[in-house]
Design a protein around this ligand. Sequence first.
Ligand code: IPD
Ligand code: CA
Ligand code: CA
Length: 280
Amino acid sequence: MALQSAIINVMAGAAKKAAWKLVRDFGEVEQLQVSRKGPADFVSIADTKAEKTVVQELTRARPGYGLLLEEGGERPGKDPRRRWIVDPLDGTTNFLHGIPHFAISIALEEDGNLVAGVVYHPVTDELFWAEKGRGAYLNNQRLRVSARRKLDQSLLATGIPFAGRGDAADHTRFLNEMATIMPQVSGIRRFGAASLDLAYVAAGRYDGFWESGLAPWDIAAGIVLVREAGGMVSEFNGGSDMMKSGEILATNSAIHGPVTRLLRDAHKKTATVDRGVDAN
Ligand code: IPD
Ligand code: CA
Ligand code: CA
């Protein structure tokens, strides 16, 4: 049985408290699907309420820590070394459409390093948590990334850009990534919550995940999970500035090199087309 530290208890408690209300609101959203106005305003209120609950719980337990919040922005604390990074509702589009795949994601950063992460999926009651140097867990069970070594047996997840996310060049770049990776793997999924995509890599459900255009709160907790489950996390080119660039590739260690090479090939194709040269 895994023993959660005090800090994980605080994070899990905050996530679960907010989740309880989110699930109640989710039930309401399902009813609102058929109304002409739709549930958009209701969902944005639910999102803000969830963030408020998380912030209340975290600051009650650790009053001095700073905060980086999706909705509320950056709030420096008295303690300059530590900050919470919070996405109160990851998978908003799913939530809005009545699809039960969304999560609350909370990470702790210390001196610029990610040291703890919690991703809670309320509908399945799955608490993914990890602490630097202490491993990653799903509820009480230790997590390891998958052991698959062959790309053609690997299941990858990704995020697809959409209206308002990235420009035409970004969309073309993504299509080239798909065209390059798709024929090499056993499947690609787009479930719509980056924090859960990373948690699933940590749990060995996916062998890898890649996406660009993400925000720090989408990935902070998931990065700790994947690393602590023995996986590799980088930018597409192998760099380590994922929190700034918003670009992430998280995999088991066996397929990290091969997927990096596929992404490089895909981007070469994009660059060739950009210069107006026929790729063939
Ligand atoms: C989104 C989800 C989605 C990803 C988007 C994110 P949100 O977060 O993580 O999977 O593709 O880029 O913005 O808006 O649901 O918190
Ligand atoms: Ca998010
Ligand atoms: Ca969100």
